[in-house]
Design a protein around this ligand. Structure first.
Ligand SMILES: NC(=O)c1ccc[n+]([C@@H]2O[C@H](COP(=O)([O-])OP(=O)(O)OC[C@H]3O[C@@H](n4cnc5c(N)ncnc54)[C@H](O)[C@@H]3O)[C@@H](O)[C@H]2O)c1
Length: 347
């Protein structure tokens, strides 16, 4: 099976590419190489005979048509997106362009290709989305696949729009789609502007560790390699037209995540005196910051037999060890535009 993966030089897309090659799939990685991309993420498979790379923008319709015609994929896994909520607050335009217009352009190219190929039943367009489309939860409850959409940030609104487009291309044109909505990911190759890498790297640098608001926001954390595994499961076993929520069954408050990382670092790379936790600083909250996300994973667990393989504690240990072992990787990304700056404090 040949999979066209969009966004395969990013954090989650590269985990999908690495696992797909390991599992024996052919992969065509289509990526525009924005600030968030890093080809080192796929260096381990770059010379594999089953791997191809296409440097292209999903908003470029002609390029998408050419890529489908040339590579003739059996499935699409669509991960290319602008993905950082704080950047979406400062500049929503890029998010509408890629996440909404780009998804429509890709859907059009996929549909034309599928029609020209005789509408093969086995073809899949797998759209990868986020639990943030459901908005925020209070202290209790979980998102199910039937939770009404209520996105609160420009990022989640653009992803919600893309989910609706994918649904419409299925209902209107018959394109065989599956959609997944996943909770917060973390793990190796996580771009150094997201919470967990920011905490690790600022701690190691001896800088203040910024925690938004009081750190009370709760996320349901999923180790990125478990997400890649779930996505490949849905691609192969998911029912056409169906949505699957993917979660880590690992809810934690941001402040608890930050403290846990500090405790691990105190053991693995002790400071000369005191604890990394002494560097924690509470800063102005993100505008519109959703309080809590939690996924009810019943559908993917009962229908597809998938569940995460690591706990948050185990995943964090692996992640911290990976960042300690891979300094050249993250050092090279630290001078990219906006990295290390406070973003998204509103207009
Ligand atoms: N990070 C999370 O916790 C999380 C959780 C759930 C869902 N998601 C979704 O998973 C997907 C991947 O997220 P991520 O964290 O790996 O993102 P990322 O920002 O790390 O990577 C995005 C990749 O897409 C590429 N890209 C961006 N615009 C493009 C364009 N116009 N054309 C082609 N390529 C383009 C970038 O170059 C980059 O390689 C996104 O769709 C995101 O919404 C992310």
């Amino acid at each position: 099976m040949k999979i066209l993966v969009t966004g395969g030089a990013g954090f989650i897309g590269s985990a999908v590419v690495r696992q797909a090659i390991r599992d024996g799939f052919e992969v065509v990685n289509v990526d525009a190489l924005t600030y968030a991309a890093c080809l080192d993420n796929v260096a381990s498979v770059a010379d594999h005979p089953d791997y191809r790379f296409e440097h292209a923008d999903i908003c470029d319709g002609d390029a998408m048509v050419r890529i489908f015609a040339e590579h003739k994929p059996d499935a699409v896994m669509h991960l290319a997106a602008e993905s950082h909520v704080d950047r979406s607050i400062d500049g929503p335009g890029a998010f509408i362009r890629t996440n909404v217009n780009g998804t429509q352009t890709l859907l059009d190219a996929a549909l034309a290709y599928w029609n020209e190929s005789g509408r093969p039943e086995g073809f899949r367009f797998h759209h990868i989305s986020t639990d943030e489309v459901y908005g925020t939860l209070g202290e209790t409850g979980q998102f199910t696949e039937d939770t009404p959409y209520a996105p609160n940030s420009p990022y989640s609104a653009s992803k919600a729009a893309s989910d609706h487009l994918v649904r419409a291309w299925h209902e209107t044109y018959g394109l065989p789609v599956v959609v997944t909505n996943c909770s917060n990911n973390y793990g190796p190759f996580h771009f150094p502007e997201k919470l967990i890498p920011v905490v690790i790297l600022r701690a190691l640098a001896g800088d203040s560790i910024p925690v938004y608001g009081k750190g009370e926001n709760v996320r349901d954390w999923l180790y990125v390699e478990d997400h890649a595994d779930a996505l490949l499961t849905v691609l192969q076993k998911g029912e056409i037209g169906r949505t699957y929520n993917i979660g880590g069954e690992n809810e934690a408050k941001n402040i608890d995540i930050v403290r846990t990382i500090c405790t691990h670092l105190d053991t693995l790379r002790p400071r000369e005196s005191g604890s990394y936790a002494d560097q924690i600083t509470f800063v102005t909250d993100r505008p519109g910051h959703d309080l809590r996300y939690a996924i009810d994973p019943t559908r993917i667990r009962t229908e597809l037999g998938w569940r995460p393989s690591v706990t948050l504690e185990q995943g964090l240990e692996k992640t911290i060890a990976w960042f300690l072992d891979n300094e050249p990787w993250w050092r090279a990304l630290q001078d990219r535009q906006g990295v290390g700056e406070r973003l998204g404090t509103a207009k």
